[in-house]
Design a protein around this ligand. Structure first.
Ligand code: ARG
Length: 249
């Protein structure tokens, strides 16, 4: 009986040890990321989980920092404010590095490239990006609020010809409904949207080339340096390429 008791006790100890051992995620400090998860393939929902290129790279960075990643989904337009206020540690959302944003936040080294393209209906009278800028043209563009697509289109076409929506999907629905004549948006999300909706195409010419990076609170060089070091390692060992190639065929 005593022997049996000893064995049971031993087993119990082994099991509880196993349960405590290994990586205990809950004990790790939390690294909070802000994003806007309607931007396939960079960040989007699969069920109630946010997946995508940014989500996976962020996970790998958090791992390197010995931290546990927590993703907060919000309007794209709110990300920089959240980073400035410190309610999150960083923003990652296929976000383009821009001078005016550098006045509000600091950016890491770039981990990917993007470009702005134009989506139109398959039978659209708009046949090239230049048509949009033609003398006397009145074509209307739909964009996602606060994105570079919004900024460029507003600069080039004027406020009256641009309508901003909360996310790219709403902008595309407006295009399908005929409320706007085109949508200006990043290339990869554009491809995903054209694949998901019938009767749309992307115009050949690129509107603008861009670099994507992570933003942190201005002056938070400690976190900036750590993330940059992690990105360097993840570029070097091929992790970032593998992640990008997994989502962009
Ligand atoms: N690259 C563009 C920008 O920085 C669009 C990014 C939109 N990202 C998103 N997750 N909705 O303005």
């Amino acid at each position: 009986m005593k022997k049996l008791f000893a064995i049971v006790l031993c087993l119990a100890m082994v099991f509880s040890f196993a349960a405590c051992g290994g990586e205990k995620d809950d004990d790790k400090p939390v690294l909070k990321m802000a994003t806007n998860a309607y931007f396939q393939p960079y960040e989007y929902y699969e069920g109630d989980k946010i997946i995508g290129i940014d989500a996976e790279i962020a996970e790998a960075i958090a791992d390197k920092l010995g931290m546990k990643l927590e993703i907060k989904d919000m309007e794209f337009d709110s990300i920089i404010t959240a980073v400035q206020e410190g309610s999150v540690d960083f923003g990652m959302a296929g976000m383009t590095v821009r001078e005016d944003r550098l006045e509000k936040v600091d950016f890491t080294t770039s981990y990917a490239n993007g470009k702005q393209v134009v989506i139109v209906k398959e039978n659209s009278a708009i046949t090239s990006v230049d048509d949009l800028f033609a003398e006397g043209a009145t074509w209307k563009a739909g964009v996602q609020l606060g994105t570079t697509g919004d900024i460029y289109a507003t600069d080039d076409l004027g406020e009256d010809r641009v309508t901003s929506y909360n996310n790219a999907n709403s902008a595309v629905l407006a295009l399908i409904a005929g409320d706007v004549d085109c949508v200006v948006i990043d290339n990869e999300p554009a491809k995903a949207l054209v694949n998901a909706n019938e009767g749309l195409k992307i115009l050949e010419a690129t509107y603008a080339d861009e670099d994507y990076a992570i933003c942190v609170k201005k002056g938070n060089t400690e976190l900036l340096d750590k993330i940059n070091a992690a990105i360097d390692e993840l570029v070097e060992d091929g992790t970032i390429d593998t992640i990008i190639n997994k989502y962009i065929k």
